[in-house]
Design a protein around this ligand. Structure first.
Ligand SMILES: [Zn+2]
Length: 340
């Protein structure tokens, strides 16, 4: 810093404006003016040897319960902190994560990671890589990931707010002259998905019927994780309910003899959780919902045609007591009784 009194000295401009530092012509100073000039000179001399003060002046601290002043004349803002006592905890609560939603990415690992972590407006809590197989945590489970979009399941909408999203690296499908061809999942990747879903399900106590696919909550708009995703393996691992096999065979015979109408199927699909109205017509939405249902339970034919086997599966899947969840410790099945 320049010495006090030089042209570059701190405060020189102010002094020049005031006429005290470099008076244009000599004149007599009053006693009070001389005292003021001496005081300023003393202050500048001290300033020359001290560090530069911080540029911003810290805001004055406000004692609790007071208000901060405003310069615009607007009402004052209360800054009193809350007085929180954390001695008590309610037993009546559960996790915000009510659902686990499974997806495939359609794009490869590098692109998936980039889209899900940078400005693509989409994300997931986890990304399961295909080669080498590994799970990557991208969003904290207590925060929302943007994976579901417009969605509906069993009366719930906006699934982003109540779910854990898992993206699985997989190319999805290509449409060819022979029809739509889906890409298979490596078994090692499925094993990782099962381990990850089990871990999340246990920590958040997600109900088996709430482990679902993106297509389930957006039929027609989405197909993932597609008909080659082995939902039956998740059932075998005790993670999701599965229709009782002998009962499906019996019901298939019944539906072959006495088919039910479309309104009945729509009401049953709605009971399972799908967003479908009872129009009584095999309309576009109804075929899309049936096709989505078939992808999970009967992937051999996903045409959306309500054949006898599909009707039997729909009937069993919409009857909670007829759904089975494999035991975690053995291969025994136990009645599935949780509410829909
Ligand atoms: Zn998806």
């Amino acid at each position: 810093m320049a010495p006090a009194g030089s042209p570059g000295a701190s405060g020189a401009g102010a002094l020049q404006q005031s006429g005290l530092a470099h008076p244009r012509r000599p004149r007599r100073m009053s006693p009070s003016a001389r005292v003021l000039a001496a005081t300023l000179a003393l202050l500048l001399s001290a300033c020359a040897s001290v560090p530069t003060p911080p540029a911003a002046t810290p805001a004055p601290t406000m004692p609790p319960g007071t208000t901060s002043p405003t310069t615009s004349g607007a009402p004052a803002i209360v800054v009193r902190p809350p007085n929180i006592d954390r001695s008590y905890t309610s037993q009546n609560q559960d996790s915000r994560a009510l659902y686990i939603v499974l997806h495939y990415t359609v794009i490869d690992w590098e692109k998936s990671l980039k889209v899900l972590t940078t400005g693509g407006q989409v994300s997931a809590h986890y990304l399961v890589r295909d080669n080498p197989v590994a799970s990557y945590a991208l969003v904290d489970e207590n925060r929302r990931a943007w994976h579901a979009g417009a969605s509906f399941w069993a009366g719930n909408t906006n699934l982003n707010s109540a779910s854990i999203g898992i993206e699985i690296v997989n190319p999805g499908f290509v449409d060819s002259a022979a029809g739509r061809v889906y890409a298979p999942f490596p078994q090692a990747q499925i094993d990782e998905v099962i381990a990850l879903v089990r871990d999340i399900q246990k920590r958040h106590q997600v109900k088996p019927e709430r482990i679902i696919g993106h297509a389930d909550i957006a039929p027609g708009r989405k197909q993932d994780p597609g008909p080659l995703f082995p939902w039956k393996q998740l059932a075998g691992a005790g993670l999701i309910p599965w229709p009782d096999g002998p009962l499906v065979l019996l019901k298939t015979l019944e539906h072959e003899v006495a088919p039910r109408d479309i309104a009945w199927l729509q009401e049953r699909l709605s009971r399972i959780g799908y967003n479908i109205s009872r129009t009584g017509q095999l309309d576009v939405v109804t075929k899309e919902v049936i096709s989505t249902f078939q992808m999970k339970y009967r992937p051999r034919d996903i045409s959306g045609t309500p054949d006898a086997e599909t009707a039997a599966l729909i009937e069993v899947a919409s009857t909670p007591s007829a759904m089975r969840v494999a035991g975690a410790s053995d291969t025994e099945t136990r009645p599935y009784t949780s509410r829909w």
